[in-house]
Design a protein around this ligand. Structure first.
Ligand code: HEM
Length: 465
C-alpha cells in the first residue's frame, strides 16, 4: 500500500491544537474530530503529535503487545507526579511494576475477592440504609453517593480503613484533593511544559493536593504497621509479599504509591459505571424491568450472597453494555514498543507511518460504536448483545473498557463483584425513577467520565432486606 498522509486539524505554530480543545470535556473534541477526520487523525498537544485511533481495525492492531506498549505520557505522566511507580503509571519495563504486579496478582485473584464480600456488603447496605432514610421524594445525587460507596469500599477492603463517608456531610478531604489533582493532570498534559512552569499558583495547589493524598496513604500504612493484622487484603500483601521471581519486596514509597493508585483507580471508575448503569436502565424501562425480574427471581427477599451473584446473567450483560457505551476510562495510550525491534519504517495498517516514539491514543469509547463490530444500532443500549454467548464471540479487542494485555486492569474482579452486589441490593429494595424525566445525558470528565447532574429518586419496595 502507498503511504497515506494522516489528516487532522491544522493548529497553530508551537502550541499546536491546544486551543481546539474543549478544556472542560476534552472527550467531546476528540470524538467530534473523529467524526470529521475519520478513524485516524493527528493532534498536536503537549508539544507532540498524537495519533487518535477510533476504529476496531486500527485499535486491534495497536493492541499487539509485541509491537506496541503502554505509553505513560500527557495526563498520565502528570498523574505519575503523584503516584510515581505505582502500577497504573509505571513505565513499560520498570522493575517495580514487575515486582508489584507479581506480588499483587494473587491478592486481586477471585479467591481473595470473594473473601471481601462481607465488607463490600456492609457498605452496600450502608448506602441502602441512607437512601431508605431520605425524606420522601428526595432526589439522590447518584454520582456523589456512588463515589462515597466505592471510595469506602476500596479503603475498607484493600486497607482495612473506614472513611465513613455516609456519616459525614462532606466527602473525605482525599476526594477533593484527588478530583482537583486529576483535573489538573489533564490540563497540564495538554499544555507545553514551559506553560506549566509559569503557572506557579496552579502548580502550588497541584503539589499540595499530592502531599495531602500521600499523607492519607502514609498514615494508613503507619496505622497497619503499628497494629499488624492477618487480614487478607492488598495492604498486607504489599507489606509482607515477596516477588516469586526476584525475591524482592516493595519499599514503603512504592506501597504508598500503590495505595493512592488503588484509591484513585479503584473508585472513580466503579462509581462512574454504577451511575451510567442506573441512568441507562432508567432511560430504557424494558431493560430495567428485566433486571428487576432477574434479581427478584434469584435473590428474592434473602440477604444477597456470593452464590446469587453468579446467577445474574442479564444484570451482568447490563454492566458490560454500559461499559461499552460509557467506558469511564475513555481512552488508553500506547507507543511503538521501546525495546522491541521494529520494521523500518514502522507502519500501521501498512499505510500510516509512525515515529519510533509515536504517541497513539486509542479512543476506546468511540471504537465501541464501530458499526463493523456492533452494527448500525451500535449507539443503542441493548444488553442482549452482551449475554455470554454473543459476548464471547466478539472479535478480539472489540470490547476494551479494562485496557490492554499485561497493563489491563488488575482490579476487574474486584469492581465486578462490587457492582453486581450493589445493583442486587438496590433493586431488591427500591423502585427508582429519574428525578427529571427529561434529563439529557451530559458528561463530567476528569481522568474518567461520569453523568453530570444526574439525579434519581428511590422508593422502598418493602422494609429493607
Ligand atoms: C488499569 C479500567 C476498576 C486498579 C486500568 C485500565 C483501565 C481500567 C482501562 C488501563 C489503563 C491504561 O492502560 O492506562 C477500570 C474500570 C474499572 C476499574 C472500567 C471499574 C469498572 C478498578 C479497581 C481497581 C483498579 C476497582 C483497584 C482496586 C487498576 C490498576 C491498574 C488499572 C492498579 C493499572 C494496572 C497495571 O498497569 O498494572 N483500569 N478499572 N481498577 N486499574 Fe482499573
Amino acid at each position: 500500500k502507498p503511504i497515506k498522509p494522516i489528516p487532522g486539524p491544522p493548529g497553530l505554530p508551537i502550541v499546536g491544537n491546544i486551543f481546539d480543545m474543549d478544556h472542560v470535556t476534552p472527550l467531546k473534541t476528540l470524538e467530534a474530530f473523529a467524526d470529521q477526520y475519520g478513524p485516524i487523525y493527528k493532534l498536536r498537544l503537549g508539544g507532540r503529535d498524537n495519533l487518535i485511533l477510533s476504529s476496531h481495525e486500527l485499535i486491534h492492531e495497536a493492541c499487539d503487545e509485541k509491537r506496541f506498549a503502554k505509553q505513560v505520557a500527557g495526563a498520565l505522566e502528570e498523574v505519575r507526579n503523584g503516584v510515581g511507580d505505582g502500577l497504573f503509571t509505571a513505565y513499560p519495563g520498570e522493575e517495580n511494576w514487575g515486582i508489584a504486579h507479581r506480588v499483587l496478582i494473587p491478592a486481586f485473584g477471585p479467591l481473595t475477592i470473594r473473601g471481601m464480600f462481607d465488607e463490600m456488603a456492609d457498605l452496600a447496605n450502608q448506602l441502602a440504609l441512607k437512601w431508605a432514610r431520605l425524606p420522601t421524594g428526595a432526589s439522590i445525587d447518584a454520582s456523589d453517593d456512588f463515589t462515597r460507596l466505592t471510595l469506602d469500599t476500596i479503603t475498607l477492603c484493600a486497607m482495612g480503613a473506614r472513611f465513613n463517608s455516609f456519616y459525614t456531610q462532606d466527602q473525605h478531604p482525599f476526594v477533593d484533593a484527588m478530583v482537583d489533582f486529576l483535573i489538573e493532570c489533564g490540563n497540564r498534559g495538554r499544555r507545553l511544559p514551559a506553560m506549566n512552569r509559569i503557572m506557579t499558583g496552579t502548580s502550588e495547589a497541584y503539589f499540595k493536593n499530592i502531599d495531602l493524598m500521600k499523607q492519607v496513604a502514609t498514615d494508613l500504612l503507619k496505622e497497619r504497621k503499628d497494629h499488624p493484622t492477618d487480614k487478607k487484603d492488598l495492604l498486607n500483601a504489599m507489606i509482607n509479599g515477596k516477588d516469586p521471581q526476584t525475591g524482592k519486596g516493595l519499599s514503603d514509597e512504592t506501597i504508598v504509591n500503590n495505595m493512592i493508585t488503588f484509591l484513585i483507580a479503584g473508585h472513580e471508575t466503579t462509581s462512574g459505571t454504577l451511575s451510567f448503569t442506573m441512568l441507562n436502565l432508567l432511560k430504557n424501562p424494558r431493560t430495567y424491568k428485566l433486571v428487576q425480574e432477574e434479581i427478584d427471581t434469584v435473590v428474592g427477599r434473602e440477604p444477597v450472597n456470593l452464590e446469587h451473584l453468579s446467577k445474574l446473567p442479564y444484570t451482568n450483560a447490563v454492566i458490560r453494555e454500559t461499559l461499552r457505551l460509557s467506558s469511564p476510562i475513555t481512552a488508553i495510550s500506547v507507543r511503538p514498543h521501546p525495546t522491541e525491534n521494529h520494521e523500518d519504517p514502522i507502519l500501521l495498517n501498512g499505510q500510516y507511518k509512525l515515529e519510533k516514539d509515536q504517541s497513539m491514543i486509542l479512543l476506546v469509547k468511540k471504537m465501541h460504536l464501530d458499526p463493523k463490530v456492533y452494527g448500525e444500532d451500535a449507539a443503542e443500549f441493548k444488553p442482549e448483545r452482551m449475554l455470554d454467548e454473543p459476548f464471547n464471540k466478539l472479535p478480539p479487542d472489540a470490547w476494551k473498557p479494562f485496557g490492554n494485555g499485561m497493563r489491563a486492569c488488575i482490579g476487574r474482579p474486584f469492581a465486578w463483584q462490587e457492582m453486581l452486589l450493589v445493583l442486587a441490593v438496590l433493586f431488591q429494595n427500591f423502585d427508582f425513577y429519574l428525578a427529571d424525566t427529561n434529563y439529557q445525558l451530559a458528561i463530567k470528565q476528569n481522568l474518567t467520565i461520569k453523568p453530570k447532574d444526574f439525579y434519581m429518586k428511590g422508593r422502598l419496595r418493602h422494609g429493607l432486606t
